[in-house]
Structure formats: structure tokens, C-alpha cells
Design a binder for this molecule. Sequence first.
Ligand code: NAG
Length: 191
Amino acid sequence: MCNFQVLVVLSVTLAAAEGQTFHLGSCPRPSVQENLNVSQYMGVWYEIEKLPAAFERGKCVQASYSLLSDGTVNVYNSEILSDGTVNSIQGVAKVKDPSQPAVLSVSFFKGFPSSPYMVLSTDYHSYSLVYSCSQYFGLFHVDFAWILARTPALTADVIGRLHEDLATSAAAVDAKQLIVTDQTGCDIIIN
Ligand SMILES: *[C@@H]1O[C@H](CO)[C@@H](O)[C@H](O)[C@H]1NC(C)=O
């Protein structure tokens, strides 16, 4: 095999091993929330469901967003690991194209590539549907999806509607692939 093929096989194998969801072809382009008001989007969001993401294994997963004076967003993600310790990571998100405020780009480590953070839909005060996708060589892509909420739980009605929105969006995320985040016994996290 040439180096390129080795790289592709390696990347696909890694993606599969990490339990990520990978597909052939380039990233889909789902429509996003129109005129997202980033200020209203700030604050704490609880993770309700997600497409498997190897870097988030704990329970009580939540994200806290705050607007910085330079217009970028401070991102603070936390979770409780199985041994009870709190794991957190801080990053920065920014809107790259002001005409597309619902498409943010998040980076957690300086020098590492950033990941897209697309708000497919939100009402700011109860739920948010988030999608992310990275493509490799235009040959395959790995995607992520999150159902976030302002409260640690959402009603079955709302979740059902969000599943439908995900499935019918261009991202075509199958609700059966989403895993539910445990948001019980989370009092330890101080917002
Ligand atoms: C965004 O929301 C903030 C806070 O509610 C408000 O002050 C601001 O006018 C909104 N911006 C736009 C462009 O609607």
C-alpha cells in the first residue's frame, strides 16, 4: 500500500476503535439556526444525549459558555468520572464567518485543529441541537451530535422531536445511535 492508503486505513481504524461514527464521503451540510444570537446561547448546557464521543466518558456532562470581551467564547466542559473525580477541559470557540453565527469553531489545545460546532436549532432557554463533522481527505468523515438542555432532563416529547430533526436534517443522524448521558447524582458539580 502507498503511504496515503496506509494513512486512510489507519484513520478509519482509529475512528472505529474510538467508537466514533464514521461515514464515507465528505461532511454533510445540515441547515443551521438562522441568526443565532450568541449572547443568548451563553451559560450552562447539560448534555442529554450524544453520538458516541470517546473523549467524553463520564456522567453529569455539562458545558458552560461565556462570552469574552474579544467576542470569542470561553468553553468549560466538565464531567464526573466513574471514580467520582471531576474532569474538565477549557477551550475557546469563535464564529469564523459573521454571516454564519450558528457555525462556531472550537479548539481545546493550542496548535491542534479546531472542530466545528454547529447549532442546528435552539430556543436558547430549553434545548439545543448541536452537530460537528470533520472530514479526512474528502474520503470519509467522522461526526458527532449532541442534544443539550438548560435542565438536566428533557421531556420525551421534546427528545422525540429532536431525534426527528436530526434524522431529517442533511446530517441524517440515526437516533438509535445516540447514547443517553447519565445526569443523576450530579450535585457535586458547582455551576
Ligand atoms: C442578542 O441577545 C441580547 C441579549 O438578549 C440582546 O441584547 C441583543 O440585542 C441580541 N442581538 C441581536 C442581534 O438580536
